[in-house]
Ligand binder design. Structure first.
Ligand code: F6R
Length: 261
């Protein structure tokens, strides 16, 4: 894993946006895996700015989101479909039929999940998968105990996750209990994974992911087996890392062309 520690969330998000931009400019089509939640919002805002002010085009971009709640219509304001439109899709020139999210209203869920995986394969696979991390170490909605080889499927959300997402629903009781999520095996097939994490509340999960044993108890730790994962942290999220100083020194000593800046 390449661990990059930036001063704060702002610097980390801008660096993340530059990495996404490199992929968009290099590949036709550029197949991006996208995440929701609070973490990538600043990165998306920077991509929108790049589109408006610097002409970054999303015409050849194809997107697949990690997950979607079950039982919400796509226009429900807290659905991940609506969240993505508001944060990114409505503000750039991506084709509507090039953006994909799992179907949280599918009547035949296993079939819909298999079809989602098939669509990813037909697009040529994901070049860059953007990820956040939950307090319990989840990525996408792969909660602790998820098979490390899991594929896209329905998952029951843990209490911690329901509480973490309650704000968007006006209370924990309103948060759907189930979601369709890419599996850990699905995520591991992305060519590059780019995970961002900010704040003290993520420090424990970040340590488990980077320095803990690879275990279904901390699902993100599977990324230790991924050949190309970049983790961008702010100082708080990095605060429990045993080898924090090493990561800082190693990144600072890289030649400029390897630093994505
Ligand atoms: C959302 C997702 C989740 C979030 C994680 C962190 O698509 O896949 O794994 O990335 O729950 O959420 P935030 O960013 O809100 O702290």
């Amino acid at each position: 894993m390449e661990v990059i520690i930036k001063q704060g969330q702002e610097q980390a998000s801008l660096l993340g946006a530059r990495i996404v931009r490199n992929v968009i400019e290099r590949w036709r089509p550029a197949v991006l895996g996208l995440a929701t939640g609070a973490t990538p919002l600043r990165l998306y805002a920077e991509l929108v700015r790049m589109h408006r002010e610097e002409g970054l085009s999303f015409r050849d971009v194809v997107t697949f989101n990690l997950d979607e709640y079950c039982g919400l219509s796509p226009d429900h304001p807290a659905s991940y479909h609506a969240v993505m439109c508001k944060a990114l899709f409505d503000h750039v020139d991506v084709a509507q039929d090039a953006t994909h999210l799992p179907d949280g209203n599918a009547t035949n869920v296993p079939e819909a999940c298999a079809a989602y995986e098939q669509l990813i394969r037909e697009a040529g696979g994901i070049r860059l998968q953007l990820l956040g991390i939950g307090h319990d170490g989840h990525i996408a909605f792969n909660e602790p105990g998820s098979s490390l080889a899991s594929r896209t499927r329905i998952k029951t959300l843990m209490n911690d996750t329901l509480h973490a997402n309650a704000g968007a629903f006006g209370g924990v009781e309103q948060v759907p209990r189930h979601a369709i999520t890419m599996g850990l095996g699905t995520i591991m097939e992305a060519e590059t994974c780019l995970l961002l994490a900010f704040g003290k509340s993520k420090a424990h999960a970040v340590r488990g992911m980077i320095e803990g044993p690879v275990s279904a108890s901390c699902p993100s730790s599977i990324l230790q087996h991924h050949p190309k994962t970049i983790v961008i942290l702010d100082h708080e999220a990095a605060s429990l890392l045993e080898h924090r100083q090493y990561y800082l020194d190693a990144y600072a000593s890289k030649p400029e062309w390897q630093r994505f800046e």
